[in-house]
Each structure stands twice: as structure tokens, then as C-alpha cells.
Design a protein around this ligand. Structure first.
Ligand code: HEC
Ligand code: HEC
Length: 397
């Protein structure tokens, strides 16, 4: 597993939360992690998910909805704990079936999920049809998909497959391409101005970073980040809440100055080169990173990281997240960073277009102190800032 701010690390071990690599500050203290609540301690009518971490329930529901191509109301009537719809009862039977298949047939690895059969439809097709055979998609690529269950370590170990270099060589080249380890280590703070662009428009955002702390702010409406002890989302209405589920995955993705710095090379396997868009890439597959499999795609020529495929763990299988890095430029201090980052999750896609990066900018000491506010978490519907029935919302919007 990669190295993270210590508290997050402890939480992650408990939650099996999804972790992208974060830059590990030497100074991170290790506050005692509060024990994670189980689903039945937070929610009212938990039968099949007893004993599983409450923080993953909402993401699991999103996984159901996306796998079947339905809304929450397909199985639920309000309130969420009510057992009104037969679909909810069917879903419970399906969960038991999936858990049993994975236990009995796949050695406990989560190989079969709702999506394996449902593929975005509430009624999966069991009959083989002529049309389906004739229009069969091409065979899948020869490297493991992100989110698939961790596979056994191959005989190649940490060596690359075929012509691929070893994982450590890939990471060294990446670090070099960003300006080298000593230039990166000399970055203590960062001030980034950017706009966040999605299908409906664009909003300004500021990202300040100092050591392992960071805040993404869009001015009055919201802030999110890591305050030295936990990932949080803050807004004037609800105050500060710990980020969980997908919101946590997104913030973990932001946590390091440069992602992939702390990939555990002893677990990583490299495939390629293979084509990706207009590039030729090496794919570094990191099994079980924080509970999901991640895939890092590095440009075979420049060595730069172009894409991370990762996800948010749920009880059934990961919710996917893809992050694309482009427009690498000199940011000052001998460091090269991406000025364009695109996030694509199951429910939304947005692009961060960076206008300026100031390396080692003065960051006011109180920058990371949030205004006091009420803490709200857990419970049906109340857990997310977003529209009811959506997962937790990503940073500061
Ligand atoms: C395919 C059916 C299905 C879909 C779609 C679905 N759920 Fe669920 N949901 C369930 C089942 C089954 C449970 C009970 C799990 C158990 O018994 O452990 C549940 C439990 C819950 C609970 C816990 C309620 C309580 O207090 O006991 C919440 C909250 C919830 N769902 C929210 C959602 C949201 C929000 C969505 C949409 C993103 C959603 N669900 C989509 C089947 C579904
Ligand atoms: C092994 C294949 C398989 C897997 C895995 C699977 N399902 Fe199903 N599911 C089916 C089939 C087949 C049907 C349709 C049964 C029917 O038509 O009577 C179905 C029906 C359903 C329905 C009822 C749909 C309706 O229109 O009423 C729900 C809800 C459902 N599945 C939820 C899930 C959930 C949630 C998961 C993951 C925990 C899951 N299924 C995993 C095969 C599967």
C-alpha cells in the first residue's frame, strides 16, 4: 500500500478506503483513529451488509444503481430503510448470491459483481442471441482491468512484462521528468489558481497546499481538503464533515503534489507499451491499492503520468474514477506539473484548467483553519451535500 498522511492511513486500513498515492510528509503525526462504525450502527434496516463499514454504504448503493442502470427509487420508496419494493428484497437475495459465488468459487476474491450479469440493465439477458454473437466486441486487452479483483502475483514479480521496464525504472523516469527528486522535495507550499469546467459551465477555484495540508476553495460556497488530520468537505450550511466514499477518493487523489510517487513497487506490475489515445504508454498495475486495483499509465517516451484509473471501494466492487493529466509545463523551482487535469467518475466529468502555479508561495498560517460549523454525517439522505440520491459530492462545488 502506498504511504499516506498517517491518520488517513489508519482510517484507510480500517475502512478499506480507496487510496491514491499521497505525498508523505515526514512530520505527519498519528492521532488515534476512531473506530469505524458498521453499517447497522448508522443505518436502520441493514440485513445483508452487517459488519461492513458504514462509510461504504452510499458508494455501494451507487454501484447497484449504475450496474442495473436504474435510480435509487427502483428499489427504494422513502424512507430508505423501508422495505416496500420487491426489488429491494430481490437485491438482498442477489447480494447473498454474489457473496456466495465469490466465497465458494473465487476463493473470496470479489470477481463477480452485480455488473458481471446486469451490464447496465435491470433484467440481464441469459439467452445467447445470434445478433449478440455477430456483434461481439473485440477481446479485452491483455492487462488486468482497473477495479478487477487483485490477481495473484505473477512469476514476473516486479519486473516488467515483455519489453516493459521494471516498475522502479518507470517511477524513476517519471520523477526525473517532473524535475527530479531534490527539486520536488524542495517544494514546501503551492498556490494554484484554476477554473473547474464541466458540461454546465466554469467556476474559479484556488488550491493551497502546505506540507500535507491542502484546501481547494471556490470562495464562499465551499472548501474541501486535508486539514492535517482528516479529509473534509466544508460549506457554510453544514460546516465541516469528514469526506467519505467517493468524496474521500477524490480528495486522496489531490493529496500529493505528484501522484504515483509512493506506489508500492514490490506489488506493481508493468505492461506495455500499448497505445492510449495518441500516446504509447506503459501501464503500471497496482493490485489492491487501498482496497481497489489501480492502473497508472505513463507516456513511454516522456515518462510522464498521463492517466490513473482507480476507484472507490464498495461492498460489491469499486466505483470507477479516471484522472487524466496533460499540458505538463514548467511551474517554477525546476518542477514540471500538469496544467490540465480531467476527473471522470461514474456520474460526472470535469476538467481543472490551471491558470497559474506558484511554488513555495507564502500561505497564511490560518489558511487551513475552517470556520466552526455543525458536524453532520451518516444517516439516509443526510450524508451527502448533493441532491438526494446522489453520492457525496466532489470537492467544493
Ligand atoms: C438494486 C436495488 C437498490 C438500489 C438501486 C439502491 N438501493 Fe439502497 N438499499 C438496497 C438494499 C437491498 C438495502 C438494504 C441492505 C441490507 O439489508 O443490508 C439498501 C439500503 C439502503 C440504505 C440504508 C437504509 C437504512 O437505514 O437501513 C440507504 C440510505 C440506501 N439504501 C440509499 C440508497 C441510495 C441513495 C440509492 C441510489 C444511489 C440506493 N440506495 C439505490 C437496494 C438498493
Ligand atoms: C449471476 C448473474 C447475476 C448477478 C451477479 C446479479 N444478478 Fe440481479 N438478476 C439476475 C437475473 C438473471 C435477473 C432477472 C431475474 C428475472 O427476470 O426473474 C436479475 C434481477 C435482479 C433484480 C430484479 C429486477 C426487476 O426488474 O425486478 C434486481 C433488483 C437485481 N437483480 C439486483 C442485483 C444486484 C443488486 C446485484 C449485485 C449485488 C445483482 N443483481 C447481481 C442475474 C444476476
Amino acid at each position: 500500500m502506498a504511504v499516506h498522511p498517517a491518520s488517513l492511513f489508519a482510517t484507510a486500513v480500517l475502512l478499506g478506503a480507496s487510496l491514491l498515492t499521497a505525498q508523505q510528509p515526514a512530520t505527519a503525526a498519528a492521532p488515534a483513529a476512531a473506530p469505524e462504525k458498521t453499517a447497522e450502527q448508522v443505518y436502520k434496516n441493514i440485513q445483508v451488509f452487517q459488519g461492513l463499514p458504514a462509510s461504504e454504504l452510499r458508494s455501494t448503493m451507487q454501484f447497484f444503481a449504475d450496474s442495473l442502470g436504474v435510480q435509487c427509487t427502483f428499489c427504494h420508496a422513502f424512507p430508505f430503510d423501508a422495505d416496500v419494493k420487491p426489488q429491494k428484497a430481490t437485491a438482498r437475495r442477489m447480494v447473498k448470491m454474489v457473496f456466495a459465488i465469490n466465497k465458494d468459487t473465487f476463493n473470496g476474491r470479489p470477481q463477480v459483481t452485480c455488473y458481471t450479469c446486469h451490464r447496465g440493465s435491470s433484467r440481464p439477458d441469459s439467452a445467447l442471441s445470434v445478433a449478440a454473437v455477430l456483434t461481439a466486441p473485440p477481446p479485452p486487452p491483455a492487462f488486468p482491468a482497473p477495479g478487477a479483483a487483485p490477481a495473484a502475483q505473477g512469476p514476473g514479480g516486479r519486473r516488467g512484462r515483455g519489453n516493459a521496464p521494471a516498475a522502479q525504472q518507470i517511477l524513476d523516469k517519471y520523477t526525473q521528468a517532473l524535475g527530479g527528486a531534490s527539486a520536488l522535495a524542495a517544494v514546501h507550499s503551492e498556490l494554484v489558481t484554476a477554473s473547474r469546467v464541466n458540461a454546465t459551465g466554469s467556476a474559479d477555484e484556488t488550491i493551497t497546499r502546505s506540507g500535507d495540508k491542502f484546501i481547494i476553495s471556490d470562495g464562499a460556497a465551499g472548501k474541501s481538503g486535508f486539514d492535517g488530520s482528516q479529509f473534509f468537505n466544508w460549506n457554510p450550511r453544514f460546516g465541516s464533515r469528514p469526506a467519505e466514499g467517493e468524496a474521500a477518493t477524490l480528495l486522496q487523489a489531490e493529496a500529493g503534489l505528484y501522484p504515483a510517487a509512493h506506489v508500492d513497487v514490490s506489488k506493481a506490475r508493468v505492461f506495455g507499451p500499448v497505445p492510449m489515445d495518441t500516446h504509447s504508454v506503459y501501464i503500471m498495475f497496482v493490485p489492491g491499492e487501498g482496497g481497489v486495483n489501480s492502473r497508472y499509465s505513463f507516456d513511454a517516451t516522456s515518462g510522464l503520468l498521463l492517466r490513473i484509473d482507480t476507484g472507490t471501494p464498495t461492498f460489491i466492487g469499486p466505483l470507477p474514477l479516471q484522472i487524466d493529466f496533460s499540458d505538463y509545463r514548467a511551474a517554477g523551482g525546476g518542477v514540471t506539473l500538469p496544467y490540465d487535469i480531467t476527473f471522470a467518475s461514474h456520474s460526472q466529468k470535469w476538467e481543472r484548467k490551471i491558470a497559474s502555479i506558484q511554488i513555495n508561495a507564502d500561505v497564511p498560517a490560518d489558511n487551513f483553519t475552517l470556520p466552526a460549523g455543525t458536524e453532520r454525517r451518516g444517516g439516509a439522505g443526510g450524508a451527502g451535500r448533493g441532491a438526494p440520491g446522489r453520492g457525496p459530492t466532489p470537492p467544493a462545488r
